[in-house]
Design a protein around this ligand. Structure first.
Ligand code: SF4
Ligand code: SF4
Ligand SMILES: [Zn+2]
Length: 337
């Protein structure tokens, strides 16, 4: 039921939930919607929870949904402010590192160095839990069985993996042109300790396309042989909360048995470095700032922004600057009401 009190004329319509003045208030489009609201997803979904028939239930539901919309908006605004602040802090810290290196290090004097952020994963090792091992084996059994069946859905899955294969091929070409870029990338990933691998969970990105690729290159392997091979490389201990293969020395799975996703993935910081080095035909001096946490937590509101380590990386290895990372700026977070 449309509530006429929420709209007088189109020019001065107000959203029935957030009260925003909206000249283009949407009329109910879904039969379950009984209120005119603004276009926000918050208000449109909350409108569905308000019953159509007049009475105390409707009034109560309307008041509750107004409160919910207001609370959700406030939380989102806080999160946005905190994320914007975190961006500013990271930029401030990178600028401070650049200034210090430019004044102290000959290689940095001309300003062409690259300052980038990478994670610093907490490498706490635990026995690989039996439940995770079982979940992984169930996944690869399914993958191998489907790879053995030629069907329309497996064909389309394999086709969608082409993007990954293309990305891997172009990374390999880049590394062939600039071998020192591979050395610097490997050094950065070692410092980071695999901050992107936490998303591997119990599947390690192994897909039907990976199984097909591996079986095509091992003509004597059966799908069961492939499952055995994947199972053999599971480590007994791994990084707590990370991919089943994430072990003390990095990924325990040989590259030939990994997915194209794993073989070709680089985080945004490394990709920017790759693109720049490729364009310039040389690898610039690199300073990596490391903060605790994995790659995927970087936009979490409560992420610790203190720089724990600064590493200077080139194809000759890794060094540390003379000054300590805890002397870098770390402003207080904004007050959030
Ligand atoms: S790609 Fe980035 S996040 Fe992943 S291990 Fe390397 S530095 Fe860490
Ligand atoms: S398989 Fe290896 S590279 Fe891929 S997510 Fe797991 S640990 Fe990382
Ligand atoms: Zn609204």
């Amino acid at each position: 039921m449309f509530d006429p009190q929420t709209v007088t004329t189109i020019a001065e319509a107000r959203c029935a939930l957030c009260g925003a003045l909206v000249a283009d208030a949407m009329p109910p489009s879904n039969p379950a919607e009984t209120l005119r609201t603004c276009r926000s997803a918050d208000c449109r979904s909350a409108a569905l929870l308000v019953p159509a028939s007049d009475g105390p239930h409707r009034e109560l539901a309307l008041r509750t949904q107004r409160l919910c919309v207001r609370r959700r908006r406030k939380q989102r605004q806080r999160a946005e402010r905190r994320i914007a602040w975190a961006r500013e802090v990271r930029a401030l810290q990178r600028a401070a590192v650049r200034r210090r290196l430019q004044s102290q290090d000959e290689a940095w004097r001309d300003g062409s160095g690259e300052v980038l952020d990478i994670p610093l994963l907490d490498d706490r090792f635990v026995p690989l839990p039996a439940a995770r091992r079982e979940a992984f084996l169930a996944h690869v059994r399914e993958v191998a069985a489907r790879a053995a069946r030629a069907s329309a859905d497996t064909a389309s899955e394999c086709a969608s993996a082409d993007k990954e294969a293309h990305r891997l091929a172009s990374t390999r070409q880049r590394f062939a042109r600039l071998p020192q870029l591979r050395a610097v990338s490997d050094a950065l990933c070692t410092l980071c300790r695999g901050g992107c691998c936490t998303s591997g969970e119990n599947r390690a990105y192994l897909t039907v396309a990976t199984a097909r690729r591996v079986l095509a290159t091992h003509a004597d392997w059966t799908p069961n042989g492939l499952i055995d091979a994947w199972a053999t490389y599971l480590p007994s201990r791994h990084v707590a909360g990370s991919c089943v293969y994430h072990a003390a020395a990095g990924c325990a799975l040989p590259r030939a048995l990994r997915s194209d996703t794993c073989n070709g993935f680089y985080c945004g910081s490394l990709l920017r470095l790759h693109e720049r080095a490729d364009g310039e035909g040389q690898v610039p001096p690199v300073a990596a700032l490391q903060r605790r946490g994995d790659l995927w937590e970087r936009f979490h509101q409560e992420r610790d922004l203190a720089v724990r380590r600064v590493a200077l990386v080139d194809d000759g290895g890794v060094t540390e600057p003379q000054w300590r990372p805890d002397t870098l700026p770390l402003p207080d977070p904004p007050a959030l009401d």
